[in-house]
Design a protein around this ligand. Structure first.
Ligand code: FES
Ligand code: FE2
Length: 392
C-alpha cells in the first residue's frame, strides 16, 4: 500500500518543525540523507524561511552601476516586499519600502530616473531621500505633519559595487555577513567591474533547489553534457571560509565562462595566486551565487517568491577596461552564448526536480561524495528554520 508520509497532514505538521525530523540530514556526508521533500514544497516551511532567514540577513540585489546618476532608481519585490532603490542627490544609494504612506499604493514602478517619486494614486510626492515633499489637500487632516510620513527606509550596504539590503534594523553590518570573501576575491578587483547584462527568469522551483544545483558539480556531465562537459578534471575543492558563505574552487586552464574553443578576452592581469589558475564559485548565503573566473564574473541572484516559485537574475560583469575594447561587443557574444545555454539547462532540471519532489512518492534520497555543500547548505538552513540559531 502507498505510504504517503512526506507531506504531513495538518495534525502532523509539527513534524516539519521538529528537529528529530532532520537527524539524517545532519549525519556525516557518506551517511547523510537529503532534506525531506516538504522542505521544498511546504508553505509553512517557506514562511519560516522568510521570517528567520530572508527577513534577517543581508540579501543581494544587484550592482550599483545599474543606477549611476542621481535620480536613477530601480524597483524589485523581495520575499513579497516591494522595494525602491535610488541614488540620491548626494550620490548615495538608498532603499525604501515602495509603499505609499497615504493608502499604500506602490509609489515607483520599473526603473528609470526621476527628481521625486509621485504616487500614482493621489500624488503624494517623496524626495529621493524618502522625505514627503507634498501631500495635496491634507491641511484639514488634524495634526498631520509631512515629516511623519516619509517613505520607510530599508538598510542598504554595498561591497565593491554589490548592493545588499537588510530588513532587520538590528542586524550586524554587511562586513560580518561577508567575512573574508572580499579578501579572498581582492585580486579580482570587483570594484572595477561593470555589469554589462542582466537577464531575468521566472522559475517554477524552490530557491534551495537552485542553490543546491549551483553548488555541486555532480550534475555537470549529465545536465551540461553537450555544453560544459569539456570542462573536465578533478572534482572542485571545498573552500575554507569565514563568514556566511561557502564556495567551490576549481583549478583549470582558460576561462570557465566560455564554451571550450570559443574566443575570449585575456585573463585579468590583477589576479593573484590560485585565482590566476582557476575559478571560485561562492554561495553568499542565503541565495546568491557568484562565478569568479579568470576573465570575468557572473552572478545568480535568487528572489524567493513562494515554496515553488523563484525569480532568477543573472548578471554578467567584466572589468571596465575590457568593456572599452573595440572588439568587446563581438567577443562578449561568446560569453553570452555559454550562459544562455548552461543557465536554461540548470533552470529546466530545477523545475523537473520540483515536479518530482511534489509527488507523494518523493522520499529523502542519499548524497554522493561530490555533493558536500548540498549537505552543508541544508544544515545552514535547518539551523535557522528548525534549530535555535539566530540568523547571525
Ligand atoms: S495611496 Fe499614494 S497618494 Fe494615495
Ligand atoms: Fe549546472
Amino acid at each position: 500500500m502507498l505510504d504517503i508520509p512526506m507531506l504531513p497532514s495538518l495534525s502532523e505538521s509539527s513534524a516539519i518543525f521538529a528537529p528529530e525530523s532532520y537527524a539524517a540530514v545532519r549525519r556525516p556526508l557518506a551517511e547523510a540523507e537529503t532534506m525531506p521533500p516538504w522542505c521544498y514544497t511546504s508553505p509553512a516551511f517557506y514562511r519560516r524561511e522568510v521570517e528567520r532567514i530572508f527577513a534577517k540577513v543581508w540579501n543581494f540585489i544587484g550592482r550599483d552601476d545599474r543606477i549611476p546618476r542621481p535620480g536613477d532608481y530601480f524597483t524589485l519585490e523581495f520575499v513579497g516586499i516591494p522595494i525602491v532603490v535610488v541614488r540620491d542627490t548626494a550620490g548615495s544609494v538608498r532603499a525604501f519600502a515602495n509603499t505609499c504612506r497615504h493608502r499604500g499604493s506602490l509609489v515607483a514602478r520599473g526603473e528609470g530616473n526621476c527628481r521625486a517619486f509621485k504616487c500614482p494614486y493621489h500624488s503624494w510626492t517623496y524626495g529621493l531621500n524618502g522625505e514627503l515633499l507634498s501631500a495635496p489637500e491634507m491641511d484639514e487632516s488634524a495634526g498631520f505633519e509631512r515629516k511623519d510620513y516619509g517613505l520607510i527606509p530599508i538598510r542598504v550596504e554595498s561591497w565593491a559595487g554589490f548592493l545588499f539590503v537588510n530588513f532587520d534594523d538590528h542586524a550586524p553590518p554587511l562586513s560580518l555577513h561577508l567575512g573574508n570573501l572580499p579578501q579572498v576575491l581582492a585580486s579580482h578587483r570587483m570594484a572595477d567591474m561593470v555589469c554589462v547584462r542582466r537577464k531575468e527568469y521566472d522559475l517554477a522551483c524552490n530557491w534551495k533547489i537552485y542553490v543546491e544545483n549551483a553548488m555541486e558539480a555532480y550534475h555537470v556531465p549529465t545536465v551540461h553534457r553537450t555544453t560544459l562537459q569539456r570542462q573536465k578534471g578533478q572534482a572542485p575543492e571545498v573552500e575554507k571560509t569565514e563568514g556566511h558563505w561557502v564556495a567551490l574552487y576549481k583549478a583549470h586552464e582558460g576561462s570557465r565562462a566560455l564554451i571550450a574553443g570559443d574566443k575570449g578576452f585575456p585573463p585579468m592581469p590583477s589576479l593573484e595566486g590560485r585565482m590566476a589558475h582557476g575559478s571560485l564559485y561562492p554561495l553568499i548565503y542565503p541565495s546568491t551565487m557568484f562565478g569568479c573566473t579568470i576573465d570575468c564574473m557572473w552572478w545568480l541572484e535568487l528572489h524567493p517568491r513562494g515554496p515553488d516559485r523563484t525569480h532568477l537574475v543573472v548578471g554578467s560583469c567584466f572589468h571596465k577596461s575590457v568593456t572599452e575594447r573595440p572588439d568587446f561587443p563581438a567577443v562578449v557574444a561568446n560569453y553570452y552564448k555559454r550562459w544562455d545555454i548552461s543557465i536554461p539547462e540548470d533552470n529546466a532540471i530545477s523545475e523537473l526536480q520540483q515536479l518530482g519532489l511534489s509527488s507523494p512518492y518523493a522520499r529523502p534520497g542519499r548524497l554522493a561524495h561530490l555533493e558536500p555543500l548540498v549537505r552543508e547548505i541544508d544544515i545552514w538552513v535547518l539551523d535557522r528554520v528548525v534549530g535555535a540559531k539566530s540568523a547571525y
